[in-house]
Design a protein around this ligand. Structure first.
Ligand code: G
Ligand code: MN
Length: 254
């Protein structure tokens, strides 16, 4: 068995370019897609989440790009590329709309992120940095200090993917985020599942009690939308309102 895997790997490595080359190509052909976040009650675009993609055949999704960057130690160049693209797009955003940008835990300590002269820092008051625990990154005072410093630059902060994987409730206490993004795994089939509805209902009540606005992610159906509205979540994101796209535009139908 071990021999078969070893051979398989050898064949793959012999017949394809090294990951560094594939990643460099993917990064050079990367772009940022924007997905609307809507304030449904007043049919207003509240903001957009910036999602990295690549036109290169390999490593075209955000997940693949991030995984390759993690294994190559290239998270900082990837993050800088994304942040630069978002900064260039901000002037095209509708007035008042916020740009939500995913930040890998390792990127938090990139000097470029915290530099007042970095392109994104200049528009920090339009930007919400989305954080997940994801990797085992120090959660001590240095993380809180870093977040405090980024806030002094004008950035706001969101805890991403709450309710899934690595985003635990103690992040809410540690970071006291400006927004929380409720993971799509909790949103899915919310309308047809009483238990799920109770869990999300209590989670939203907790966030209201903390004074933290929630964004529900991954809304795909009118049923999920209506269940979320009934539970009191006005900020919604998902394929129902718009796919990630190249332009910062309001959804065409809602
Ligand atoms: O982890 P994070 O929340 O940043 O991931 C966002 C991802 O979810 C993006 O890749 C985006 O394309 C995807 N996404 C956005 N809206 C929906 C949706 O309504 N349904 C599903 N299945 N995926 C979505
Ligand atoms: Mn996100």
């Amino acid at each position: 068995m071990a021999v078969a895997i070893g051979l398989e790997q050898a064949v793959r490595e012999a017949s394809s370019p090294p990951l560094t080359t594939v990643f460099a190509r993917a990064l050079s052909q990367s772009f940022v897609a924007f997905q609307p976040i809507v304030s449904y009650a007043d049919r207003r675009v509240f903001g957009f989440e910036a999602l990295v993609r690549s036109n290169a055949g390999l490593l075209s999704s955000a997940a693949d790009l991030v995984a390759a960057a993690e294994s190559l130690g290239s998270l900082l160049p990837l993050g800088r590329t994304v942040r630069g693209a978002v900064a260039r797009a901000v002037p095209d955003a509708p007035a008042g709309a916020l740009l939500f940008v995913n930040v890998h835990p390792h990127e938090l300590f990139d000097p470029d992120l915290a530099s007042p002269d970095a392109p994104l820092s200049r528009v920090a008051n339009r930007v919400v940095l989305e954080l997940t625990e994801r990797a085992a990154v120090g959660r001590g005072p240095e993380l809180c200090e870093r977040i405090a410093m980024l806030r002094r630059l004008g950035f706001r902060v969101a805890v991403d993917d709450l309710g899934a994987g690595f985003s635990s409730l103690d992040l809410l206490a540690d970071l006291r985020p400006d927004f929380v993004k409720v993971d799509m795994s909790l949103v899915r089939r919310l309308d047809g599942d009483e238990t799920r509805r109770r869990i999300v209902g209590h989670l939203l009540a907790l966030l209201r009690d903390l004074g933290t606005p929630a964004v529900a992610e991954g809304v795909e159906t009118a049923g999920e939308r209506d269940a979320l509205l009934a539970l009191g979540t006005p900020l919604l994101q998902g394929f129902l309102f718009g796919l990630p796209g190249p332009n910062l535009v309001a959804p065409s139908s809602w």
